[in-house]
Ligand binder design. Structure first.
Ligand code: SAH
Length: 362
């Protein structure tokens, strides 16, 4: 079982070679691809269009799924959080966020995270391991099946954000592989244009992504306008300081499509990074680098062991108006699913017993 191939991480072409290697005709590969990616089936038994003996062989050689759902939490605002386990018993969390015109699925790229951002609960897990392409795809399959039923077409568009646990740019190859698989029109058909990947600032990977033709959108987590403060909040800044990070962003900007922008995420921590001076410093920093980016202000989502509080609404509004007065497009992110520990920075394999009760009738 440990050695078996994870079929959910294979493209259609790879699945066809896989079946041909075991002496089956190519169309079986296409059937299996459709079974996994279009019908979103999570076992070979359910693929009744395959002969029984092939299903039995597949069971010995390969896996149709590998994550198990441990808990599911439903927020009062409709957001759902899934706590899953990998085959080697590591936590994976995924958040499904319904919105009026689309759904957003926030997936994890790693179990835990090696970065030590002081405001993020996931950091406390440390890195457990990077997820495979199949484990990334499976999170989306599980969330869509739970929201709409197995294989049912989602009524709205599906956007993906790589903002769950982990640093996507430390697992970029697997992530890009998963995105290529999911883009297939005969499968999930979620194209890179509907995907945003967020990084704490792994500079070489920003440059690498810039050169990929069919790439997802980019978001950068800033959290501070000066190296001094950013070193403290996001230690990755000591490796790639703001100057290098923003120069890489400038390079990336050259590859944007005319209507495309990239985003800076700025978590607002009361009394730490939310003063008027910080706002001016942030605006000047972005303007000095000539970046036409937009800024998303994220009120901090508090969690017990974290030493921060969210900035007040007035502080966030004042911060926003200073940025806007300096021609920076600024949005305030509404936190979703805070009550079930599903909001940004809250993913740390928590069991929310109280809310779990809520989900039973949902
Ligand atoms: N490692 C990646 C993706 C995961 S974090 C990155 O750093 O971008 C996704 C977003 O959540 C980041 O913008 C991060 O700054 C934000 N975040 C982390 N902890 C948070 C918290 N407690 N409250 C609000 N936002 C938080």
């Amino acid at each position: 079982m440990e050695q078996s191939v994870e079929l959910l991480g294979l493209s259609k072409a790879e699945l066809i070679s896989f079946v041909e290697n075991i002496g089956e005709p190519a169309y079986r590969g296409r059937q299996i691809f459709a079974g996994l990616q279009h019908r979103r089936l999570r076992s070979f038994e359910e693929m009744s269009d395959l002969p029984k003996d092939l299903r039995a062989r597949l069971n010995n050689l390969a896996r149709a799924s590998s994550l198990t759902i441990e808990s599911r939490y439903v927020s009062l605002d409709g957001t759902r959080r899934y706590l899953m386990k990998t085959h080697d018993n590591l936590p994976v969390e995924t958040v499904f966020i319904p919105e009026e015109r689309r759904d957003t699925i926030c997936f994890s790229s790693q179990s835990g995270c090696p970065l030590q951002c002081t405001f993020c609960l996931t950091a406390q897990l440390g890195l457990l391991r990077s997820l495979t392409p199949a484990e990334i795809v499976e999170q989306i399959v599980i969330a869509l099946n739970d929201a709409y039923g197995v294989g049912e077409k989602p009524p709205r568009g599906t956007n993906l954000v790589g903002m769950g646990a982990g640093e996507p740019f430390l697992n970029l190859d697997s992530l890009l592989k998963a995105l290529r698989v999911m883009a297939d029109p005969e499968g999930l058909h979620i194209v890179p244009n509907r995907v945003t990947v967020s990084t704490a600032g792994v500079v070489p990977k920003i440059l690498e992504l810039a050169n990929i033709p069919d790439r997802p959108h980019l978001a950068i987590s800033l959290a501070a306008p000066t190296d001094e403060l950013r070193n403290e909040l996001m230690p990755i800044n000591k490796k790639w300081p703001l100057g290098e990070l923003l120069s890489a962003c400038k390079e990336f900007e050259k590859t944007l499509k005319p209507s495309e922008r990239f985003t800076f995420e700025y978590v607002m921590l009361a009394g730490v990074n939310d003063s008027e001076e910080h706002a001016r410093q942030l605006a000047n920093l972005l303007n000095r680098h000539g970046l036409k980016a937009k800024v998303n202000l994220i009120p901090h989502n508090p969690a017990d062991p974290l030493p921060y509080q969210p900035s007040s609404e007035e502080t966030v509004e004042r911060f926003k108006s200073i940025l806007e007065s300096k021609a920076i497009h600024t949005y305030v992110r509404r936190p979703r699913g805070r009550d079930i520990f599903a909001a940004c920075g809250q993913l740390a394999a928590r069991h929310g017993t109280l809310i779990e009760a809520n989900s039973i009738g949902a």
